[in-house]
Design a protein around this ligand. Structure first.
Ligand code: SER
Length: 324
């Protein structure tokens, strides 16, 4: 598939951390008029120059079907979800939004013969009994968070819709995502974004994870490139559908703090682990993503140093402009 081949794209969760960046990238690639940004609410900061936007609750199947029909959608990037830490505050809502929402998307995709559904999974599918180092593509999936339970269910549901109904569902297990635009909400890896704002604004940050908590992370430009690459990959080359392992680099909070201190020597960090520590402790420290590299040419461009330099440059520019 090429850029010119995709006609009409719907992005759910478009105002979220990944959604914002993805909507912009898809607009550049396929033309802004071919991308519809959907979310339950849009913050005032959501760019006015964005593609068409619609208010949509993904748990409302009828409303979703109407949007698909009205905008002649043929591809859905389904990003609307409740993340890990928020999921533990309200597990039932997490199930309803993450699994109920996905089921609606898959049903609409089946009913209207959509061309493709892209739905992220997460490293949260792994639990404490999976190998923490070099977590393989195929291993035990016994997550201990509701978020992880919904993501394992989502992978299986997508796979089922592929086998049973031929819906072309594709997904990546994202690690923690670091980004300079929309901020993450309610996740366990959010510290890795918060720390940059705190470093620039206050020169100090209190981290909610222990200093030695190693987790896999990735920088947003790599997420976007990899996701679009998978979406456009030749199906004949794909040996998986909904569950590709992906990673950028593995770091602990103290590694990120030290890298920031190379740019801002007076930055100070303190540690006050909270309930999110237990979630982080149940996840991988480093993920093996060789299957994605082999099947669709996945390759991250940013390591810790490159990401940190770019984050600080982008956020400092916004700070100078008074819009941080
Ligand atoms: N960043 C996510 C979270 O912390 C992991 O998928 O919930």
């Amino acid at each position: 598939m090429s850029a010119s081949d995709i006609a009409r794209i719907l992005v759910t969760g478009a105002a979220g951390q990944v959604g914002c960046a993805l909507v912009a990238a898809l607009g550049r690639r396929y033309g802004p008029a071919n991308v519809v940004a959907a979310d339950i609410k849009f913050p005032p900061s959501f760019s006015e120059s964005s593609p068409p936007r619609v208010r949509l609750d993904v748990t409302d199947r009828e409303a979703l079907a109407q949007v698909v029909q009205a905008h002649r959608i043929d591809t859905i990037y389904h990003l609307a979800a409740i993340l890990s830490a928020n999921g533990e505050k309200n597990p039932q809502a997490c199930w309803q939004v993450n699994v109920g929402g996905l089921l609606n998307v898959l049903e609409v995709a089946r009913e209207y013969s959509l061309r493709r559904v892209i739905c992220p999974s997460s490293m949260a599918v792994f639990g404490p009994d999976a190998p923490r180092q070099g977590t393989p593509q195929d291993t035990l999936l016994h997550p201990t968070t509701m978020y992880g339970v919904t993501k394992v269910s989502g992978e299986l549901l997508g796979e089922y819709y592929f086998r049973r109904y031929g819906v072309d569902v594709r997904g990546i297990r994202y690690p923690g995502i670091i980004s300079s635009e929309a901020r993450p909400g309610g996740g366990t890896t959010d510290y890795a974004v918060e720390i940059f704002y705190a470093a620039l604004q206050e020169r100090r940050y209190t981290c909610f994870l222990r200093e030695d908590t190693v987790l896999p992370m990735i920088y947003m430009p790599d997420v976007i490139e990899g996701t679009i690459q998978l979406a456009e990959a030749d199906p004949a080359r794909l040996t998986r559908h909904t569950d590709y392992n992906m990673t950028g680099f593995s770091i602990a909070p103290r590694d990120l703090a030290a890298e920031i201190q190379r740019h801002l020597p007076d930055f100070e960090i303190a540690y006050a682990p909270d309930a999110r520590q237990a979630i982080a402790d149940s996840w991988p420290a480093a993920i093996d993503d060789r299957v994605a590299r082999r099947d669709w040419g996945w390759r991250p461009r940013h390591d810790l140093a490159a990401m940190t330099a770019d984050m600080l440059a982008k956020l400092a520019a916004r700070q100078r402009a008074g819009s941080l």
